[in-house]
Design a protein around this ligand. Structure first.
Ligand code: MG
Length: 471
């Protein structure tokens, strides 16, 4: 039955996708996704200890969001959500997969790249993929014409500071071929930048989509000699300054090719700071906790949309939005049909232009398949769950070695007004029973659809990850 329905969907979407939309001028799209880059890591979001002039200018030339989210504060899940407009647990993808995984993003799902390719775009990816390293799951099988980068995280290698003898050499892949195993990573940001510039140059005569997923500032941190010692803070700041340089190079190239006003640049991150790495992690900016949690420090990321001449300059948007909204927004902007399977995001083009929209009934925050929080406008309801934290009084390190997390339990549901309390310090659950009941209602909708391990619920709207064929 599933196969039959799927076949039907595939045929239907094939018919839909051949209809070109000639009224819409297709902008080039560059989507830049940094890894573990924290909410406070850009100058314009309050960074201290280093400078990010190109990112700050990018924000001034367009729109920046103060309350933009990832639905899952971890690499693989966050990337699956970004590229499909869908909660990753719906796609049976959780956490951060490594070389031992026999699964990946299901090839039947539609990525942004596939959506745009069907609408005449040239598509390229540079950087960290992390949605399955077997050939059948690589970017080239998910709508990208070209690929250069790492199949998973840059710490999944023999030099991991804690896990010895587990990870094989770290492959650098071009297309579907491993062209090298990395001994060090000092040139990684430089290579990614060069490859991105080449892609832009080669495709400047037609609409293109470039997905640049930086491996940095995820640990282990590496920087080229150009940026060594450039920041006051040390290595993390140097790495941030090199990522900032990369943005500057891309904008310079667009300008030189006359593409500035025909290109939408989106910049964001996959999750918040990996706090256990101390001085090798980003800046929380007053938010609670970090990567791997559903507190604001884990899920809220700095986010910029810039399209000179189309998005008003100096726009600051305070309404919430999420990475799952990017795919449907791009579908609208480019006149591309939406994926054939249901997705979770919505078109937020009005928000990007600085207008207001009715708040989405809820954004859900899942860790594995635990529904840990929902957000509705300024309100956030956090459910009882266990999360990781660093015990107070722990001496943090600055040498690339992590300290240990401990697990703590939130015993009861808590409600926060994020407009007044982004640090999530004052529980208002007893003061706003009507908001509580409304948001509990939203959570029930999510549980029915997606499931929830915390309340032992199975969802009825979930799909399967892709799996390699076993002999
Ligand atoms: Mg990450």
């Amino acid at each position: 039955m599933y196969l039959f329905l799927h076949l039907l969907f595939t045929i239907a979407s094939g018919l839909l996708s051949v209809k070109p939309n000639t009224e819409i001028q297709k902008p080039n799209i560059i989507l830049i996704f940094a890894d573990d880059l924290a909410y406070g890591d850009l100058g314009i979001y309050g960074a201290k200890g280093w400078t990010t002039p190109h990112l700050d200018q990018l924000a001034k030339d367009g729109a920046r969001f103060s309350q933009f989210y990832v639905p899952h504060a971890v690499c693989t899940a966050s990337r699956a959500a970004l590229l499909t407009g869908t909660y990753a647990n719906r796609l049976e993808l959780y956490g951060a997969i490594d070389h031992s995984a026999n699964h990946g993003l299901n090839p039947d799902e539609t990525t942004i790249a596939e959506m745009l390719k069907a609408n005449g775009y040239q598509t390229g990816m540079v950087g960290k993929w992390h949605l399955g390293h077997h050939p059948e799951f690589l970017p080239t099988r998910q709508g990208f014409d070209s690929y250069f980068g790492l199949p998973y995280s840059n710490d999944m290698w023999p030099n991991h500071p804690e896990v010895k003898g587990y990870y094989p050499p770290l492959p650098l892949i071009e297309g579907e071929t491993t062209i090298a195993y990395l001994e060090d990573q000092r040139e990684l940001t430089t290579w990614y930048t060069q490859k991105s510039l080449e892609f832009i140059e080669q495709n400047h005569n037609q609409p293109f989509f470039l997905y640049l997923a930086h491996s940095m500032p995820h640990v282990p941190l590496y920087v080229s000699d150009k940026f060594k010692g450039k920041s006051e803070q040390g290595l993390y700041g140097d790495v941030m300054m090199e990522i900032d340089w990369s943005i500057g190079e891309i904008r310079k190239k667009l300008e030189a090719l006359g593409l500035t006003e025909n290109t939408l640049i989106i910049f964001t991150s996959d999750n918040g700071p990996w706090l256990s790495y101390g001085g090798h992690a980003g800046l929380q900016a007053g938010l609670r906790e970090g990567k791997g949690t559903s507190w604001e420090g884990g899920i809220r990321v700095p986010t910029i949309f810039t399209w000179p001449g189309t998005i008003p300059v100096q726009t600051v948007q305070n309404q919430p939005a999420m990475t799952i909204d990017i795919l449907p927004t791009l579908a609208n902007l480019t006149g591309s049909p939406l994926p054939h399977f249901p997705i979770d995001g919505r078109d937020i083009w009005p928000l990007i232009q600085g207008k207001s929209m009715e708040d989405k009934p809820y954004y859900a925050y899942y860790n594995k398949n635990e529904l840990q929080a929902v957000i509705y406008g300024k309100w956030k309801l956090v459910f009882p769950h266990t999360y990781r934290t660093i015990p107070s009084g722990t001496e943090m390190r600055n040498d690339g070695l992590p300290v240990k997390y401990t697990q703590v339990k939130l015993e009861k549901a808590e409600l926060y007004d994020l407009s007044k309390d982004p640090g999530e310090t004052r529980d208002l659950s007893s003061q706003f029973p009507e908001i509580m009941s409304r948001m509990n209602g939203f959570a029930e909708v999510a549980r029915k659809d997606l499931g929830d391990a915390l309340t032992e619920r199975e969802g009825n709207g979930n799909r399967k990850a892709g799996r390699i064929k076993k002999d």
